[in-house]
Design a protein around this ligand. Structure first.
Ligand code: GLV
Ligand code: MN
Ligand code: MN
Length: 415
């Protein structure tokens, strides 16, 4: 059967209990039983297990599953010449929640499974991608799969290493992948890319609305700052002659917070700190910390990068320590496509819900795909705006409603 006419489509519903079961089952992989947090990082046994599970779901949904050269898992449905792509990620931050990324992949699979069960024949091919390493937890470098698909990943970036010195390239090879030449992963045939994701903020909750349409995505710049002082005896070194890397770094971190307190949209976070030699009775000789800077405006990110560097350089000079800074990752902010936005709005309104447009403060694979295709994003309300935390939560009702809206939009876009 080909696609039914529009007003019939809204009556076809996805299988909510199946989707919720999939969400639960995936959340058990990499779960810390004590905290409830999920730890699923790239190229690990946990990720492998998650890949096996979603591959099974994709196959049950009538999809053919392939893996591209950097490890993106791609389910394909139908044979149309044009491609509608749906996607998100299945890796997590340390102690992450069960919805970030996973929901987008599983909701997309549920949409295709519904299309399959309805025996519909979309005019366009539908692909679902679980992108390789969106979060960047393991290598302090993320969005790897979507970067590659957009032609933005370089061979040099694959040299970045994890905490035990294994590079992305080595990890890929250990996972039986042959990433080179990276150009073979690039796609130029995507007609539209759609990603459903939890909001991870409080905007929809404050508005009392279950879903929202994303207009733009703020992008992260990640820096790694190394402060080097002199490691000496904690008892025998007078206070005034110390070159303590940790007190210097502390002043820098507070200065960054101060600088950002004067801006309205930009945010910056120091989320990772490494102290050497990390001994109780040793003055810290070396400290490394990361800075995550975000804005929807690329120029503002770059201005902040300069201002922050100048400020912390002054602190380093005054405290007689040395400072180096390197860029771990830089991503371009992206705008979503007005036509896809309108399609999402139509689907939301068809379901009797008021539509609402908002910006994403969090980053998404869609940001990269924007370089090669028109993108759209549908947000689902997050409880208390909490995310990157085991307490991350969206209600079953909101999830099912959003997935029905996604279904409706995909049917329209694929026809
Ligand atoms: C991913 O969640 C990011 O925005 O860092
Ligand atoms: Mn995330
Ligand atoms: Mn995410």
């Amino acid at each position: 059967m080909s696609f039914p006419i529009s007003n019939e489509r809204v009556n076809i519903m996805i299988n909510g209990s199946r989707l919720l079961k999939h969400l639960h089952d995936l959340s058990q992989i990499g779960r810390n039983e004590v905290t409830g947090g999920i730890n699923r990082f790239s190229f690990t046994p946990e990720e492998k297990q998650a890949i096996e599970l979603i591959t099974m779901y994709m196959e049950k949904a009538g999809m053919t599953v392939t893996v591209d050269a950097v490890g993106n898992i791609i389910g394909t449905y139908g044979e149309g010449r044009e491609t509608i792509m749906l996607g998100s990620h299945i890796d997590t931050v340390p102690e992450g929640g069960k919805y970030d990324g996973a929901l987008g992949v599983l909701a997309a699979i549920e949409v295709v499974q519904t299309i399959h069960e309805q025996q519909l024949s979309p005019a366009k091919k539908i692909e679902i991608v679980a992108f390789k390493d969106e979060e960047g937890t393991r290598f302090r470098f993320g969005l790897i799969g979507s970067r590659a698909m957009a032609g933005l990943l370089t061979q040099e970036q694959l040299l970045q290493t994890d905490a035990s010195g294994i590079s992305i390239e080595e990890a890929m090879k250990q996972f039986q992948l042959s990433p080179f030449p990276l150009e073979k992963v690039k796609r130029n045939d995507i007609q539209a890319y759609l990603e459903m994701h939890i909001e991870q903020g409080k905007v929809l909750e404050n508005e009392g609305l279950p879903v929202g349409v994303v207009t733009g995505i703020a992008a992260p710049l990640w820096l790694e700052v190394t402060v080097t002082g002199v490691s000496e005896h904690a008892g025998a070194t007078p206070m005034l002659i110390r070159q303590d890397a940790l007190t210097a770094a502390s002043e820098m971190i507070l200065a960054i917070e101060h600088l950002l307190n004067d801006t309205t949209d930009s945010v910056a976070t120091v989320g990772k700190l490494n102290v050497e030699p990390n001994g109780i009775n040793v003055i810290p000789g070396k400290v490394t910390f990361t800075v995550d800077i975000r804005d929807i405006d690329e120029q503002k990110i770059s201005n902040l990068e300069n201002t922050i560097f100048k400020k912390i350089q002054k602190i380093a000079e005054r405290r007689n320590v040395t400072l180096t800074s390197k860029v771990l990752q830089r991503v371009k902010p992206a705008k979503t496509d007005p036509m896809i936005q309108q399609q999402l709005i139509n689907s939301i309104e068809k379901h009797g819900v008021q539509s609402y447009s908002l910006i994403s403060g969090a980053g998404h694979d869609a940001m990269n795909i924007a370089a090669v295709a028109p993108i759209g994003m549908l947000f689902v309300r997050s409880k208390d705006g909490i995310s990157h935390n085991p307490l991350e939560f969206s209600t079953d009702e909101d999830i099912i409603l959003a997935t029905n809206i996604l279904y409706d939009s995909v049917v329209e876009l694929a026809n």
